[in-house]
Design a protein around this ligand. Structure first.
Ligand code: GDP
Ligand code: MG
Length: 168
């Protein structure tokens, strides 16, 4: 049986929870400690989409996003993308557009989901619900809200991306 392997890049400003999302999904753990890197290029997890086995390789950045220094190798061959921002960081929301362009420049049009992370901190929210929807629509992406900390919607994001890739 043919196994599908998908490279997924997770981009967005530093501190929005990208590394945490990958750790949560692939290792089932969450930590408060700010970890710049997971030490490897990617972590992987195998899932089943309608009887089809899919191997997801989730690529992390080692903090280079803060220096605008993500290499071409990071993006090369990516099949799908998570564009992440934080509920409590307005700059990370405003940066979505430029992240989308960077991915497009390197990968062309690939299935992309915008993830508003840290919805457990809604009391400190600095992004209106309507403006998030508007930006998602303008960028042609689906918007999903998640909490990596509380493990809300993390699996759903990657299942939706994998399903989109299989449907294409
Ligand atoms: P990255 O720079 O995008 O890789 O972000 P990290 O994964 O290193 O996370 C930055 C900080 O945000 C860490 O202290 C995480 O524990 C924290 N964090 C990540 N996801 C969540 C979340 O859903 N809720 C809360 N409250 N904190 C989170
Ligand atoms: Mg990180």
């Amino acid at each position: 049986e043919l196994e599908v392997a998908l490279k997924v890049v997770i981009v967005g400003d530093g501190g929005v929870g990208k590394s945490s999302m990958i750790q949560r999904y692939c290792r089932g753990t969450f930590t408060r400690d700010y970890k710049k890197t997971i030490g490897v290029d990617f972590l992987e997890r195998q899932i089943d989409i309608d009887g089809e086995e899919v191997r997801l390789m989730l690529w992390d950045t080692a903090g280079q996003e803060e220096f605008d220094a993500i290499t071409k190798a990071y993006y090369r061959g990516a099949h799908a993308c998570v564009l992440a921002f934080s509920t409590t960081d307005r700059d990370s929301f405003l940066a979505l557009h430029s992240w989308k362009l960077k991915v497009e420049n390197e990968c062309g049009e690939i299935p992309t989901i915008i993830v508003q992370n840290k919805i457990d901190l809604m009391d400190q929210c600095v992004v209106g619900p309507d403006e998030a929807e508007l930006v998602a629509r303008a960028l042609g992406c689906r918007l999903m809200r998640a909490s990596v900390k509380e493990d809300v919607n993390v699996g759903a994001v990657f299942r939706a991306l994998a399903a989109r890739c299989l449907a294409d």
